[in-house]
Ligand binder design. Structure first.
Ligand SMILES: C[S@@+](CC[C@H](N)C(=O)[O-])C[C@H]1O[C@@H](n2cnc3c(N)ncnc32)[C@H](O)[C@@H]1O
Length: 355
């Protein structure tokens, strides 16, 4: 039964989770049969996979954690330096689970047939679910079960992207936009009634690796969305999880950043990443008419934390698929953001600096 509080938080008059046919699938056949075929493939490009591993590595702070990889395949994305005491895999394909180097044991269990997880209460410190939540036909029951088998304060980390087996993904997922899917997962945490308020981290807009099989087709790396929450109740370990954005981005902040900004006129270097700014000819269009000078200086480093974070900030503000780059205005001696819809945008007006 949906609570009033859930309705207000999700912002939907009627949640898509409650709509008729929300969990229908094009292929409603037996999941065990579908996953009987081995798929030793990467479900994301290398940059996105690295991000998944960094998210897992940053959020798991327990010493020797006991981890469940829920809906596991051949890769659990658990960095070896975490030194887990145990990693249990639950999935459907035996060969993939056997070939997964992180797992200490595994179980074959169809969550859609039986959402009751075959583990005792309070067994795990962490449950991770990667690029698979879209295949759950009874997700609220599964989330409740995850709450049961986690220790108080334990972490449930749900990571997803925008790729899927379309026949097996549930209808509500396929019919939702990427930002709406974040809300859906938040609502699942909420409905399970066993978690603290979920948090999220979104990684968008990174360049796709040159050697990726879709490199010529897609400019950008696969997006990575992480929605996570701790099981309610006090953790016996008494540790605190880092704020994810701070843990992952290493941009300077506070007085150091202000100092670097004040020096840009002299250094011509980005205060966030230190890379040399490129001289950029202001184009003659209505957008730029408010700038009365001929040249600006822009940071075109695609790894710059200011630009990388911009995709997330703009997405939160529902300026879909935009980020911004740091721009230095030499007449005003000021740094400001300049919006960009793609990593290639604005590059055509870069002017090579004199030596
Ligand atoms: C896209 S793969 C993701 C595998 C792995 N989590 C990863 O990040 O590479 C989807 C996985 O979900 C598992 N899965 C799909 N339907 C399932 C079900 N009904 N019950 C349990 N596992 C299921 C499959 O075994 C498969 O390994």
């Amino acid at each position: 039964m949906q609570t009033r509080q859930t309705q207000i938080r999700s912002g939907w008059p009627m949640s898509p989770l409650d709509q008729a046919g929300a969990f229908d699938r094009m292929d409603d056949g037996d999941d065990l049969g579908f996953y009987a075929r081995d798929r030793f493939v990467s479900h994301l490009d290398r940059t996105a996979l690295d991000m998944v591993e960094r998210i897992v590595g940053t959020l798991i702070v327990e010493a020797a954690p006991v981890i469940l990889d829920l809906m596991a395949g051949w890769d659990s994305h658990v960095p070896a330096m975490l030194r887990p005491a145990e990693v249990v895999g639950l999935g459907l394909n035996e060969n993939e689970l056997q070939g997964n180097p992180a797992l200490t044991r595994y179980v074959i269990h169809d969550l859609n047939q039986d959402p009751v997880l075959p583990f005792k209460d309070r067994t795990f410190d962490v449950v991770i679910n990667t690029v698979s939540v879209d295949y759950m036909t009874r997700p609220v029951e599964v989330f409740e079960e995850v709450g049961r088998i986690l220790k108080p304060g334990g972490l449930f980390l749900v990571i997803f992207s925008n790729r899927m087996f379309p026949g097996k993904a549930v209808r509500v997922w396929k019919e939702s936009g990427e930002e709406e899917r974040v809300l859906l997962v938040e609502e699942l945490f909420d409905r399970a009634g066993r978690f603290e308020r979920p948090e999220k981290y979104i990684s968008l807009g990174k360049p796709r690796p040159q050697d990726d099989k879709y490199a010529g087709v897609l400019d950008l790396s696969d997006p990575v969305y992480a929605v996570y929450a701790e099981r309610s109740g006090r953790s016996a370990a008494g540790r605190t999880r880092p704020e994810l954005a701070q843990g992952i981005d290493t941009a300077p902040g506070g007085p150091e950043l202000e100092c670097r900004k004040a020096e840009v006129g002299r250094t011509r270097c980005c205060p966030y990443c230190g890379e040399r700014l490129k001289k950029w000819a202001v184009p003659d269009n209505p957008f730029s008419q408010t700038w009365d000078n001929e040249f600006m200086y822009i940071c075109f480093n695609d790894q710059c934390p200011y630009y990388v974070r911009g995709w997330e900030v703009m997405t939160r503000g529902l300026n879909r698929c935009h980020s911004y780059r740091l721009m230095y205005h030499p007449e005003k001696d000021r740094c400001m953001p300049v919006p960009v819809p793609t990593p290639k945008a604005l590059r055509e007006s870069i002017v090579e600096e004199d030596a």
